[in-house]
Design a protein around this ligand. Structure first.
Ligand code: 3PG
Length: 306
């Protein structure tokens, strides 16, 4: 089978080598398209492939229509809002992700951002220590659980909310369960967002929640920019000169926010949460193994478009 690794933001060379090794050993042919600059380039490269490995690359209905031999798309990572699942399902294509494989990398960035915010972007002005502060985690999936485990090392008090987790899960991880988003936002010094972008969550974090945050609080977003209502975020930052917003996902109004609130906002120039050698390797190799298993035995354990 022909497998295309299509990454606008490339994996490390070692990860690419590892992915190719697994696929070629299983008899597949591997093609690569890195740092491409247009959807057309991607469509051309995918025209005669049977499998696709992507990161945040857009897999829309046009791409699916342009790749009639495509049987499986593996998103080497967690979030799959970049893939048109309905179009894939309609075309009989299996879509999978590689849950957990890049979670530690993102979690380390969350803690890094918390410290960067607490230390006023290392400006030299007096900051605060995250030790013994209260941390709120919105959703309690793989990334959140890694954040909680690292944060415990700092002696942070941790609270989480997740409608898909039973009380036992929070208990097992030594994290308090919040019974409402209002509680999560009003009772934590640092809140870290970990919800996926879905029709239900897009724009769901706005003034109503952010303005509940205690004095000097920090909101961290390493999930998806779309879940925050950007106009309302700007409004709250205006009303509350004590709040900070640090994100790995540049908001659409980043330039305005940086100009107005330079000391209180920070945005990575390119999504960096999963951009470590380890995460590239973990997610990339998992994707390759999943493709091998799919063609060998029909395994679809990590399918997300059921
Ligand atoms: C994910 O959903 O796995 C992360 O957001 C990482 O995305 P990336 O592979 O584009 O860096």
């Amino acid at each position: 089978m022909k497998v295309l690794i299509a990454t606008e933001k490339p994996f490390s060379a070692k990860a690419v080598q590892g992915i190719k090794g697994i696929l070629e050993d299983a008899g597949h042919e591997v093609l690569e398209l890195e740092k491409y600059t247009s959807a057309e380039e991607l469509r051309k490269a995918a025209a005669d492939v049977n499998a696709l490995i992507v990161r945040s690359d857009i897999v829309d209905k046009e791409l699916i229509a342009a790749a009639p031999g495509l049987k499986i798309v593996v998103r080497a990572g967690a979030g799959y809002d970049n893939i048109d699942l309905a179009a894939a399902t309609a075309a009989g294509i299996v879509v999978e992700n590689t849950p957990g494989q890049n979670a530690n990398a993102v979690a380390e960035l969350v803690i890094g951002m918390a410290i960067m915010a607490a230390r006023n972007k290392f400006s030299g002005s007096t900051g605060f220590e995250i030790s013994r502060k209260r941390l709120g985690l919105q959703a309690f999936g793989q990334v959140s659980r890694h954040v909680a485990s690292i944060a415990k090392g700092f002696g942070m008090e941790i609270m989480a909310i997740d409608p898909f987790c039973s009380p036992e899960v929070f208990e097992e991880h030594g994290v308090a369960a919040a019974d409402s988003l209002q509680k999560l936002y009003s009772e934590n010094d640092i809140v870290s967002i970990h919800i996926p972008a879905t029709p239900q969550t897009v724009g769901s974090i706005g003034r109503e929640l952010i303005s509940l945050m205690p004095k000097g609080a920090v909101l961290i977003n390493t999930a998806r920019k779309e879940v925050v209502n950007e106009a309302e975020l700007e409004q709250v930052l205006e009303e509350r000169p004590d709040l900070k917003y640090f994100a790995d996902v540049k908001p659409s109004n980043a330039a305005t926010l940086e100009e107005k609130f330079a000391d209180r906002v920070f945005f990575t120039p390119k999504k960096s949460g999963a951009q470590t050698a380890e995460a590239n390797l973990n997610a990339g190799l998992a994707a390759a193994r999943q493709i091998v298993a799919f063609f060998a035995t029909g395994d679809t354990t990590f399918r997300v478009n059921k």
